[in-house]
Design a protein around this ligand. Structure first.
Ligand SMILES: Nc1nc2c(c(=O)[nH]1)N[C@H]1C(S)=C(S)[C@@H](COP(=O)(O)OP(=O)(O)OC[C@H]3O[C@@H](n4cnc5c(=O)[nH]c(N)nc54)[C@H](O)[C@@H]3O)O[C@H]1N2
Ligand SMILES: Nc1nc2c(c(=O)[nH]1)N[C@H]1C(S)=C(S)[C@@H](COP(=O)(O)OP(=O)(O)OC[C@H]3O[C@@H](n4cnc5c(=O)[nH]c(N)nc54)[C@H](O)[C@@H]3O)O[C@H]1N2
Ligand code: SF4
Ligand SMILES: [Mo]
Length: 707
């Protein structure tokens, strides 16, 4: 008989609800009613179950042989070897010679267990995760301003009643398609404002009187936001009572934006002064105004400050901590929110606690049954962690869980070199990702529909992932792997293999922290139907959770939000002459992240089989590039060879590449290693490149140099 299971999509943070029906031939996916998706799914969600039976799936542990090829191994052999190599490295080079790289796609249970495993079983400080590439700037800005980082401090459905929504650097129409239903109210009111150097699918939602598309030069958003703030202040649109009651720091902000008059901002951003005024007035006119940021403004070396500028604008308009307006960041990965709460970050313990805080160390060490002194200190953020591979004093062994850094980390060629220089690399994955292909041992793990766990959605809502099918016999859950390794490493603490038990422990460890889950349990999270109580954190024992944050106070000790004046340090974009252009990178609807999963779904791969460089017709003509013709894109770091997509949907000084493809189409061969000094976020969104038309089979000089 068919059996139906209520669960959620494995991919993005919208965590669309779905029902999986297992039958003889496989698993059928249907959308399920839930506030974020209202029964809708995107193409990736519809096809997600195909990967359960993918012919590419790894079904037994694989070990590298001396000749470089892989051979299957038993679990005992693989785990024994890993334990031996990690203990050996620790004995010879110290605990910090072993690194751990996690992911924002892992369930809360796995993320928590991985952080504990690093600190307790390995004793290493060297753990960080791919959320550093994703949420770190917004998290740093949220913590600084509000004292707390929950992506949306309100419910997604609150947006339905909005009259005005400003979306900065997010292409939700492609990155979270069912989400756009929540923009309908603002569109009907003519109040959707989208800021994007591309006329993205989301920018097009502003057509026909639905709102305004603001098209700045890439990387100029901070100047744009300072300009909007300047207009709000000079036109006396500030919510004076709110600023006085609920914030500190306004005077400094007023001084700092004094010189950012609209005509100067126009010169710095390319956005006409009239548009700036129109946008600022619309935001202030209200009728329920929300400001949302995405990776387009956050993934920059000034990403924390740019996000802070968006928060400052929200605060002086009195938007945050009300029932009808707000500021939020659109969290990306499936568990991008929970992934940043339970200890995968190099400076963090569960419950969003700081590893440097003696009280936090004492509490968590108590739950783990170890002494606080035994816990390591702060490690290295992702880019620096990866840069330490193969460097004296750096990491010599690495465990990767839920990331494909060869494709998704900046300066990917250097990352590959670093991985190759390691003494020992272990990758847990379902597929031979580009990163797994470099490993010494690859461990095959269960997929989403084969495991139980919890995810925390972009709204901070904790939801259940449920097992719908039995995993193939050779694969194991990561909880089991960590348990087995901890045992072999003689860990002083225990590692349960049961997700519900791990969740209970996580809840205890989080008690009293910012992200307090202590009132939650699998029972509390319900049956996965519409009768379920929504469970938004903080959810301390005895509470009913927190759908809307900051209604009475912010999380700083004095209850007030911090307006933190920020400076624009960006230099002007390079002149768009001689083929010198600004490259921005981002996403296509059909592919997810490094593409390790979606490139293996035939329908998605056929729809988008390769990376294409978007460029404007005028630019294309100047460079002799034709639609579908081949181009070389060169930066200081490397070269990409791909076909051109000539489109009016982009500024003439800007080109766009998706980052979902490997090899010589990998956008991250072009990006550099520069990071935001506050958050550690790499500069993914702007890179200076040169574009040249080439014949399909030409092999220019640079190709050989960088190959
Ligand atoms: N289809 C799909 N959906 C996804 C994902 C995926 O890989 N594929 N990944 C998920 C994850 S982890 C994340 S983080 C989210 C990301 O979701 P988004 O933030 O929506 O994704 P991006 O495409 O990276 O960037 C959004 C937009 O920023 C614009 N942009 C680039 N540079 C700038 C700039 O300097 N200023 C401004 N204002 N805009 C700029 C780009 O043109 C792009 O349209 O998506 C999630 N959903
Ligand atoms: N140029 C550029 N680069 C970017 C970005 C950009 O906009 N531009 N965006 C950045 C962002 S926002 C993000 S989030 C990163 C993401 O980049 P990646 O970390 O590369 O993300 P994924 O492709 O999702 O990689 C997840 C890998 O883990 C596997 N996996 C999935 N679930 C699990 C699990 O539960 N356990 C284990 N062990 N494995 C699992 C998948 O098969 C896949 O191989 O990329 C970043 N890189
Ligand atoms: S929008 Fe995100 S969660 Fe929803 S179906 Fe698509 S990938 Fe899955
Ligand atoms: Mo992300």
């Amino acid at each position: 008989m068919d059996s139906a299971t209520s669960t959620h999509c494995p991919y993005c943070a919208l965590q669309c609800a779905m029902t999986l029906t297992a039958h003889g031939a496989g698993v059928t996916v249907t959308g399920r009613a839930f506030p974020t998706n209202r029964g809708g799914l995107c193409k990736k969600g519809w096809t997600a179950a195909e990967l359960l039976t993918s012919p590419d799936r790894i079904l037994e542990p694989m070990m590298r042989r001396p000749d470089g090829s892989f051979a299957p191994a038993s679990w005992a052999e693989a785990l024994d070897l890993i334990a031996e190599r990690l203990s050996g490295s620790r004995a010879e080079h110290g605990a910090d010679s072993v690194g751990v790289f996690g992911g924002g796609g892992l369930t809360n249970e796995k993320a928590y267990q991985l952080g504990k495993f690093a600190r307790v079983a390995l004793g290493t400080s060297r753990i960080d995760y791919n959320g550093r590439f994703c949420m770190s700037s917004a998290a740093a800005a949220g913590n600084r301003a509000f004292g707390l980082d929950r992506g949306l401090p309100f419910r997604v459905e609150d947006l339905d009643a909005a009259g005005t929504i400003l979306i900065l650097g997010s292409n939700v129409a492609q990155t979270m398609p069912p989400f756009i239903g929540h923009l309908d109210g603002a569109r009907a009111a003519g109040g959707l404002i989208v800021v994007d150097p591309r006329r993205s699918a989301t920018a097009r939602l502003t057509d026909d009187g639905a709102g305004l598309h603001v098209q700045p030069t890439p990387g100029s958003d901070l100047a744009l936001l300072l300009g909007l703030t300047h207009i709000v202040i000079t036109e006396k649109l500030v919510d004076v009572a709110y600023v006085a009651d609920r914030t500190v720091g306004f005077d400094e902000l007023r001084r700092s934006v004094g010189a950012w008059y609209p005509e100067r901002v126009q010169a710095a951003t390319g956005v006409p002064a009239w548009q700036l005024r129109q946008a600022a007035r619309r935001l202030a006119a209200g009728h329920g105004t929300y400001i949302l940021t995405g990776r387009g403004v956050e993934q920059h070396v000034d990403g924390t400050d740019t996000t802070t500028a968006a928060i400052n604008l929200s605060l002086i308009l009195g938007l945050v901590g009300t029932t009808h307006s707000g500021y939020g960041t659109l969290t990306g990965q499936g568990n991008g929110q929970g992934g940043r709460e339970h200890g995968q970050k190099c400076d963090q313990l569960p419950g969003y606690r700081k590893i440097t805080d003696p009280a936090a160390r004492a509490h968590v060490a108590g739950v783990w049954g170890v002494s606080p002194e035994s816990l390591p200190g702060v490690g290295l953020p992702a880019v620096q962690l990866l840069a330490s591979m193969g460097v004296s004093g750096g990491i010599r062994c690495l465990l990767v869980h839920g990331a494909n850094v060869v494709v998704s980390a900046p300066d990917a060629k250097q990352v590959r070199t670093g991985l190759e220089a390691l003494d020992f690399l272990v990758v847990s994955d379902f597929f031979f990702s580009e990163t797994a292909a470099l490993a010494d041992v690859v461990l095959p793990v269960t997929q989403w529909a084969e495991e139980d766990g919890t995810m925390t959605s972009l709204e901070g809502r904790v939801i259940r992932r449920r097992r719908a099918v039995t995993a193939p016999p050779g694969v194991r859950s990561e909880l089991w792997i960590l348990h087995e390794l901890a045992r072999r490493l003689h860990s002083p603490s225990t590692f349960s293999t049961d997700p519900a038990e791990v969740f209970d422990e996580l809840c205890r460890a989080s008690a009293g922290g910012l992200a307090d889950y202590s009132g939650l349990s699998y029972d509390r999270l319900g049956a996965g139907d519409e009768s379920d109580e929504p469970t938004y954190w903080p959810y301390p024992a005895g509470s009913t959770g927190t759908p809307r944050l900051f209604l009475d106070r912010f999380a700083h000790a004095d209850g007030r939000a911090r307006i933190h004046a920020v400076q624009n340090r960006a230099t002007d974009a390079p002149a768009a002459t001689g083929g010198i252009l600004t490259l921005i990178t981002g996403r296509l609807l059909e592919h997810y992240q490094s593409g390790a999963q979606t490139r293996r779904v035939p329908e998605l791969a056929n729809a988008q089989p390769e990376a294409r460089l978007q460029l404007h017709p005028a630019t294309a003509e100047q460079l002799g590039v034709v639609h579908g013709g081949w181009v070389n894109v060169t930066s200081a770091r490397g070269i990409v060879r791909c076909r051109a997509e000539v489109t009016l949907d982009i500024r003439h000084d800007t080109v766009f590449l998706p980052f979902h493809f490997p090899g010589d189409q990998s956008a991250n061969r072009l990006t550099g290693g520069a990071t935001d000094p506050i958050s550690g976020m790499p500069e993914f969104k702007t890179t200076t490149v040169r574009v040249r038309a080439v014949a399909e089979h030409a092999e220019p000089e640079e190709m050989r140099v960088y190959a």
